[in-house]
Design a protein around this ligand. Sequence first.
Ligand code: 6LW
Length: 497
Amino acid sequence: MSAQQVVTNPVIPGFHPDPSICRVGDDYYVVCSSFEYFPGVPVFHSRDLVHWTQIGNALDRPSQLRLDTSSSGGIYAPTLRHHDGRFWLIVTNVARGEGNLLFNATDPAGPWSDPVRLPGVPGIDPDLVWDEDGTCWCTVAGVSQVRLDPATGETLGEPRKLWSGTGGAAPEAPHLYRIGEYWYLLIAEGGTERGHGVSIARGRTPAGPFEPGPANPILTHRSTDHPIQNTGHADLVQAPDGSWWMVLLGVRPRGGTPGWHVLGRETFLAPVDWVDGWPVVGKVSPELPAPAWPLRPGPGAPVRDDFDQAELRPCWVSLRERPERLCTTKERSGWLTLQAAGDSLDADDAVFVGRRQQHLTCGVRTLVDASEGRGGLAVRLDERHHYEIEATAGAVTVFARVGPLRTEVASAPVPAGPVVLGLDIAPQPPGDARTGPDLLSFGFEEPDGTFTVLATLDGRYLSTEVAGGFTGRVIGMYAAAGTVRFDWFDYEPGSSA
Ligand code: 6LW
């Protein structure tokens, strides 16, 4: 091996927050929160901690996932664990009447069980761990804990306060581990924005008492100009060679001050050493020295999706659920057919099928037949922050929705029949403090194949700093009226990650 191999962070780019990891033999699995999107809780697999492939979504049917709103409602932070030959997933659904839910599966790619409801678990960010006697401990944000019967969802005894961190806001994202002679309690505090950090305490039993570590926070980028910010919400895993690693969330702000992040909170990897019985987290850098074992890259995602399979690939998500009457690849072979339910992307249940933007620059193209309706290609942050290029018979139009305003930006006539719509996302040229993170150029292909840009929009208005919320950009196809069909969809990563 020539130059030392490096790990490019984030290891799971795009809106993949609140990662939780477990290892079974040589296989690692990660799950992330998914909020208003259906299916929910993406599941990733890796053999080297560096290259990750999405193998499914744990919550892929309405009996598992009921969503009642968008704007970062729905599925909050999950925890994934393996115990007694089964995978266990515990997660909070903030939709009305849902709360904390427990699922299990023999294969993390699914199918996962229907939920066991956990009415007695008092908080978000639930964690699961079993002690030597087989008692199951559930720890939640705050940080509180209650014993749990995972078969029935019944809580055993009253919840108890464990630790409220070192004084940072929002002590949350707890994970409890038996390591050596101690039980370690890892938490996030400081809030999931620029003040985010990771702290740790340890005790002799899973119920404590816990003594805070000597060097908290063991990880934070607050008050630095590090290119990766908001680092926190971490989970630990030990590799087969005995080394320890941490997955965590972070963001990559760009542009002038304050910097705008558009891909949401992404999953990063960091090495962990142990010194005097306490973890010391290595640098969360854009490039890390690779682990000591051989790297095992996966197949990589194809640029084009031809929609020639009965089921959509796991990267495709929609708002709330996705009944076949509204979204199918069976109505016209090799096409994705969307049946509008509302009249624009402003509705929080618009008929939209998208994939997370995972690269700071990228090019997107899709062939749309809008002869029986109105729809097109959109970049969505939430129902109040989205840009789209919309086709209908004979015309294409670019719209921008920012907060209360939806603006028609530009329009052009096109020949009748299917048309290729396109989006190119490029960094804004460096300039003064007003520079935004990127520019989004929407256009269409002329009959002779040339690409005509219809409008170029400022990307800062599709950033979390402007829109708020817990998600990130999702790029996809939508129907605003009638029936709209898509033959293929190309997502081409740009040169800069
Ligand atoms: C999640 C909390 C957090 O429940 O943000 O970053 C909330 N951490 O732990 C939603 O992701």
